[in-house]
Each structure stands twice: as structure tokens, then as C-alpha cells.
Design a protein around this ligand. Structure first.
Ligand code: CA
Length: 232
């Protein structure tokens, strides 16, 4: 959350943490940029009026950078003029909330934007080619032979599979996976991704799903939804 008024920032942060989110508060554009450089967040709440560089300028800069282009942004502002909303949305905001707003509305909008752009941040169960992943129970199962069989995964493989299943058919580079799954694109080597992809495929073999994860040469990895190409 990027908000210079500490009372508002604290109130929103308390509500978000209560709802299960991890929150980092930045008081200006520089702090926000530094935080995003460290860890790519699932979503940014961005105040329009900030000391120094404005939220609109910051949003535009993020949209122009390949690493942050897809990062969900909800703009918060005291301005209610339609022209301002258009400016905010044109700058690349995914949604727009005018102060004062209720916590309920903020949560609903956060969930709506996450559903669209970062469903791996929500606890919604996913099903691809009969492979079921439930973030709430942290269980992965698929019906093979007699009935459902559970896939045993380590925490990193679970997060990796969750991300791939919620963004199927798209090619993800190793750097993108480090950002979105590990939250660290600086200190972890790209080879680490290959190691965990290998473990994930091995874990999926007993339920005939290793073939779901495709290697795209020179580009990265992709999870396919087509059952035809699924084979152990
Ligand atoms: Ca402000």
C-alpha cells in the first residue's frame, strides 16, 4: 500500500492483515519503488496524491516496465471527478476507489482484481484436466483408477503448481516465476526453477499429470490445459 497519510495507511493495513493479506506500507513513490524492486506484490493500493512523485506517474512507470506491467494496481484518491478517474485508469490502474470508502468495498474490489489478474493470491480451488488443487486445504488430488489420489508436494512445488494452474497456457520465464512464486528475483538463481519443476513433474507422475508442464525452449515453462497432451 502506497499512502502518505499514516492514519489511513494503518487503518487499511489492519483490515487487510485481518483478512489474511501481508501488507507493506510505503509513504511515497521512492519507498514504493524500492519495495516493488525487492518483492513483486500480488497487488498495489496506490494513493493518487503523494509527496513528490504522484501515484499516477508511478502507475504509468510501472506499466512501462516489463517486470511490473501485469502488476494489479487499485488507485485510491479523494478526487471524485470523472476526468480524474479516466486519468487514473488511463495510467494503467485496474480499478479506482474514491475516499472515503468502506472496508467491505475495498475487499470486494481487491478480490475482483485478484480473480482477474492474480488468482494464485486467493483461496479459490482450481481444476485443470481433472487435477484439483485446493489452496484452503493445501491438497492436490486427481481421480486415477479407483478414486481420488493425493499428490504429495513440498511448499515450493505447491506454490509453483498453484501459480501455473491459475495462469495456464501462458509461457512464464524463469525470472517471472522467481518473482511470482518465490518473491525473489535477485538472490535466487534461475536454475532453482528447473530443480523445482523437475520435482513437481516427478510428484505429478503417479496421477499421470507430468505432461501438463511443458518446457518451452529458450522461453520458460507453460502449463497446458489440453488433456490430449497429458501423459505420464
Ligand atoms: Ca495522499
Amino acid at each position: 500500500m502506497v499512502e502518505d497519510e499514516s492514519a489511513i495507511a494503518e487503518l487499511i493495513a489492519i483490515n487487510l492483515r485481518h483478512a489474511g493479506f501481508e501488507v507493506t506500507v510505503a509513504a511515497d513513490a521512492d519507498q514504493a519503488q524500492a519495495a516493488v524492486d525487492r518483492v513483486l506484490p500480488d497487488l498495489v493500493l496506490l494513493d493518487w496524491m503523494l509527496p513528490g512523485q504522484s501515484g499516477v506517474v508511478l502507475a504509468k512507470r510501472w506499466r512501462g516496465d516489463a517486470r511490473t506491467r501485469e502488476m494489479p494496481v487499485i488507485m485510491l484518491t479523494a478526487r471524485a471527478e470523472e476526468a480524474d478517474k479516466i486519468t487514473g485508469l488511463d495510467a494503467g490502474a485496474d480499478d479506482y476507489l474514491t475516499k472515503p470508502f468502506s472496508t467491505k468495498e475495498l475487499m470486494a474490489r481487491i478480490r475482483a482484481v485478484l480473480r482477474r489478474k492474480a488468482p494464485e493470491a486467493l483461496d479459490t480451488a482450481v481444476d485443470v484436466a481433472g487435477l484439483k488443487l485446493d489452496p484452503a486445504t493445501r491438497r492436490v488430488t486427481r481421480n486415477v483408477g479407483q478414486g481420488p489420489r493425493e499428490v504429495k508436494l513440498g511448499p515450493t512445488e505447491f506454490r509453483l503448481l498453484h501459480f501455473l494452474m491459475t495462469h495456464p497456457e501462458r509461457v512464464h520465464s524463469r525470472a517471472q516465476l522467481l518473482d511470482r512464486v518465490w518473491g525473489d528475483h535477485v538472490f535466487i538463481e534461475e536454475r532453482t526453477v528447473d530443480v523445482h519443476i523437475k520435482r513437481l513433474r516427478e510428484a505429478l507422475a503417479p496421477v499421470q499429470c507430468s505432461g501438463l508442464i511443458e518446457t518451452v525452449r529458450g522461453a520458460g515453462y507453460r502449463l497446458t490445459q489440453s488433456i490430449g497432451s497429458v501423459a505420464a
